[in-house]
Design a protein around this ligand. Structure first.
Ligand SMILES: Cc1cc2nc3c(=O)[nH]c(=O)nc-3n(C[C@H](O)[C@H](O)[C@H](O)COP(=O)(O)OP(=O)(O)OC[C@H]3O[C@@H](n4cnc5c(N)ncnc54)[C@H](O)[C@@H]3O)c2cc1C
Ligand code: SF4
Length: 833
């Protein structure tokens, strides 16, 4: 048996070991992996998930039991290789020597820290390993302001981490725009607008001159090239990486002028028995900072060792990321002879496709704000665009098919043909294709495309909510209810896999809340919520929040009106009467929220849930109370309904209205449920909505007495909550119900499924257990703690939030700033005839 020693157990080192083990069916190689870090390989690409609660174990890339076969493959942790003795063919660690027949260097990179004075002060960090993130998280606790040096991919990821840690966050970038290596001027401008709308401050064209310490010796401020100073509590350097080639240098192997272990296209260094792969390798004049080229190199070396000729064929440098929740994708060569550009500042979308001059071949492109067309477009590089350009640039909704040779997963070099082969071998879903081909297992951006290829191949797909659960929302709801599950971790442990994602976490949070599993910020539930629910307030464009107290039926006493006015005045909030009979108080900083709620709660207000997927308002006209046409008390009923359903969590927001006569002043037919008074009682309408695709509600029942009306609404809401898909409004849900309104009538009125007693009981439980979320938060120091990270400087105005005055009130400053999203000239270049 020959011996291969692998130095480094990072993403690429681990991929190499797995590939060699899978291919080496005759057991020719014994593998020893020497790893400097104290934990086995983990998902560095997904590192930031650590701040959303992922544990190091969950980030691990090493299959369970993988290194348990002492003999043919072994891993030594905490074993830094200090020397390679090429003459004796051994490597040394502090613990001993390891002989090799072949040596694979997979030592990765280190974070580059610009040598500015103060770069090594306490309170400065890099963003590369789990240990870096642990140190950053621990230091950030209780601190207020953080800055990231570097506005590239990594810098934006680090900025998001600071934001999740509750810090006011600044991004300092030397270049004149964000992501200078990937984006053009217009794409970067759009990204900047969106990043700033989240409340982060972006300083482009800004040089960090030095870091200054405070009295405790830790970093206290940053001084920029123009002399300006920014007070900070911590600084993260994310200004690029450098290959770790120190071992190779010491061993006399050739390294590049600007670093990197020189290898040829077979990944051999200048010593034929030593290979270098991944980020430490200088592959024909280029160091790749992405994982896919590293995986390709791992494959090449595994094949070489088994005497199968293989060479590195170049790399696809496309990337798609969700940076701070904003889609950004760059693929192929975004500098074509013909550029097609689409920009929609209202929706924050920018798209550019680069084509050959005959517009027949796609060369590459940039997508900011909406990257839904990314997977299809990337797979189409080098060929014609499979559909109309306008479709790709606008909505991302496309029709058309890709050629079989199109690369579907660039991380793992999987083509459409490979996927179809897997499907014909029996893979019937995305997890199956992942297991067979490895497509979708690294950055995950091709998963939507895998789904559409399954559909194209005629495979009936399940309605799995995401890769972590093989269930639809409705099935998850039933599982949670029937099994009495109360936490996400219990659900994922018993019925799912992995650590969850942006799709399943809020969905499960909403189901748990629908089932009355305690306060939304209780224990683990808190980490599942999206931003609005996280702070029980609506995040607005400049990073401030709006506070919307409940005003059932729109009825409010003068005293309460005065309290709202006083709160708004004292906190300088913009006030607006909304379309749903509420008063919206806009512009509150997150640290001000508890104090604002305190005043409102003391005056008898509670949360209007304008932030949640929950009941919003039951709008009403003035009915018999005032109106000469009114035939029923629409205000009284609206108040009763709103108090009954307040806090009810649902797949989407729920809006309702009650009109006191057929004149319909409350516009009840445009709501999820609408009630219109008749001489004899109430008419009930179901499944309406306003918005982008308005729909009038359908008449469900006529002349109902109040008790029957309320029971029907109870059942309608509970049945909807249990059976609708995530983010499906009642209108779409009703349209998707087999049998439509008649079927719904059978279920709710005739009890055809025998469900009504259960639905009634569920609603009674909800009504009986309602607790105001604001009040409960104020009463619980643990929950309040999430709002205190900003309180350490309660009187200092947040420098990232600027207001201007408009019509006598404060509005976000950037609201007024012009935004260049398509450059100052049309980006069409002339070509030689
Ligand atoms: C936050 C973050 C986000 C990223 N996002 C993306 C992304 O979206 N897409 C993408 O393609 N790439 C991304 N990357 C880059 C990607 O993680 C790297 O390309 C990939 O990890 C490189 O793998 P590697 O094995 O070459 O190096 P690494 O994963 O860095 O592993 C190298 C290992 O070698 C060890 N080592 C070094 N020297 C020695 C020694 N002398 N002895 C023993 N062990 C040693 C190191 O401790 C390390 O564990 C991201 C990186 C980070 C940090
Ligand atoms: S809907 Fe009828 S009762 Fe209500 S305000 Fe209009 S006219 Fe009056």
């Amino acid at each position: 048996m020959s011996r291969v020693v692998v130095v480094g157990n990072g993403m690429v080192g681990q991929r190499f070991v797995e590939t060699l083990r899978a291919r080496d069916v005759d057991g020719r190689w014994q593998i020893t992996v020497l790893a400097e870090e104290n934990r086995p390989a983990y998902d560095r690409v997904g590192l930031s998930a650590f701040f959303s609660g992922a544990t190091p174990e969950e980030l691990s890339l090493v299959p369970e039991g993988f290194y348990d076969h002492e003999g043919d493959v072994c891993l030594k942790l905490g074993a830094q290789v200090t020397e390679v003795d090429r003459d004796r063919k051994v490597v040394r660690t502090v613990d001993g020597e390891y002989p090799y027949d072949a040596l694979v260097l997979a030592t990765g990179s280190y974070s580059f820290v610009p040598p500015v004075p103060g770069h090594d002060l306490p309170g400065t960090f890099v963003y590369r390993t789990i240990d870096d993130l642990v140190a950053l998280r621990d230091y950030a606790a209780g601190r207020g302001v953080g800055a990231v040096v570097g506005g590239g991919l990594l810098g934006l990821e680090a900025a998001n981490a600071l934001r999740l840690l509750g810090l006011q966050t600044h991004i300092v970038e030397f270049a004149p725009r964000l992501m200078p290596q990937q984006l053009d001027e217009s794409g970067a401008a759009m990204l900047k607008v969106q990043v700033e709308a989240l409340g982060l401050t972006v300083h482009t064209a800004t040089k960090t001159e030095r870091l200054e310490p405070g009295a405790d010796g830790a970093v206290k401020s940053m001084v920029f090239g123009d002399g300006q100073e920014l007070g900070v509590d911590l600084v993260v350097f994310a200004a690029g990486v450098r290959p770790r080639d120190e071992l190779a240098r010491k061993a006399g192997l050739t390294v590049g002028e600007r670093g990197g272990i020189a290898v040829d296209e077979t990944c051999r260094t200048t010593d034929a028995d030593v290979y270098a792969i991944g980020e430490c390798a200088l592959m024909i004049d280029r160091v790749y900072g992405l994982v896919q080229p590293g995986y390709a190199m791992a494959e090449v070396v595994a094949q070489q060792l088994l005497d199968q000729p293989a060479t590195f064929k170049g790399a696809d440098l496309s990337t798609k990321l969700k940076l701070l929740g904003i889609d950004v994708a760059v693929f192929g060569d975004a500098q074509g002879e013909l550029d097609v550009v689409y920009a929609d500042p209202a929706y924050g979308v920018y798209a550019k496709l680069a084509l050959t001059d005959d517009a027949q071949t796609l060369l590459g492109g940039i997508l900011v704000g909406d990257a839904s067309a990314y997977a299809t477009l990337r797979a189409s590089i080098g060929g014609p665009i499979p559909g109309k350009l306008a479709d790709f640039l606008g909505s991302g909704q496309v029709e058309g098919t890709l050629p079989g040779t199109a690369q579907v997963c660039s991380c793992n070099a999987v083509t459409k043909n490979d996927v179809f082969e897997a499907i014909s071998d029996g893979c019937k879903d995305v997890p199956g294709i992942k297991a067979c081909t490895k497509a979708g297992t690294t950055c995950g951006s091709c998963v939507p495309l895998l789904k559409s290829l399954l559909a194209e191949a005629g495979v009936q797909q399940d309605k799995a909510i995401c890769e972590h659960f093989a269930f639809s929302r409705q099935e998850l709801f039933d599982l949670i209810r029937v099994r009495g599950i109360t936490t996400f971790s219990q659900l994922v442990a018993e019925h799912g896999q992995g650590r969850g994602c942006d799709l399943c976490k809020p969905t499960v949070a909403s189901i748990l809340a629908s089932l009355g599993n305690g306060h939304v910020l209780e224990g683990e539930q808190a980490t599942l919520q999206d931003t609005n629910d996280h702070f029980l307030a609506n995040l607005q464009r400049n990073g401030t929040y709006s506070v919307v107290p409940r005003i059932p039926g729109g009825e409010i006493t003068p005293d309460k009106l005065i309290v709202i006015g006083e709160v708004a005045r004292d906190y300088g909030l913009y006030t607006k009467i909304t379309g749903g009979q509420r008063i919206d108080l806009l512009g509150a900083r997150v640290d001000q929220l508890p104090a604002i709620w305190r005043r409102l709660v003391d005056a008898g207000f509670e949360s209007g849930h304008a932030y949640g997927k929950a009941l919003r308002t039951v709008k009403s006209c003035v009915g018999t109370t005032w109106c000469r046409y009114g035939v029923q008390d629409s205000v009284g009923l609206a108040i009763a309904l709103e108090e009954r359903y307040r806090g009810l969590r649902a797949p989407h927001k729920i809006k309702c209205a009650v009109s006191g006569c057929a004149r319909e002043c409350a516009e009840a037919r445009s709501k999820d449920f609408g009630v219109i008074a008749t001489e004899n009682g109430w008419n009930l309408f179901l499944g309406g909505n306003g918005g982008f695709r308005p729909r009038h509600a359908d008449l469900f029942a006529t002349d109902l007495d109040t008790a029957t009306l309320v029971r029907y609404i109870d059942r309608f809401l509970m049945f909807y909550i249990r059976t609708a898909d995530r983010l499906q409004r009642t209108a779409a849900w009703l349209e998707s119900l087999d049998g439509g309104l008649d079927y719904l009538r059978e279920v709710i009125v005739d009890d055809s499924l025998g469900l009504c007693a259960d639905l009634d009981a569920a609603m009674d439980r909800h009504v009986g257990s309602y607790v105001d979320e604001w009040r409960a938060t104020l009463e619980d120091p643990d929950k309040l703690r999430r709002f205190v990270s900003f309180v350490n400087a309660p009187d200092a105005p947040d420098p990232s939030i600027e207001f201007v005055t408009e019509r006598g009130q404060r509005v976000p400053a950037q609201h007024r700033q012009p935004v260049v999203v398509a450059g100052t000239r049309l980006p069409v270049r002339e070509v030689d005839p």
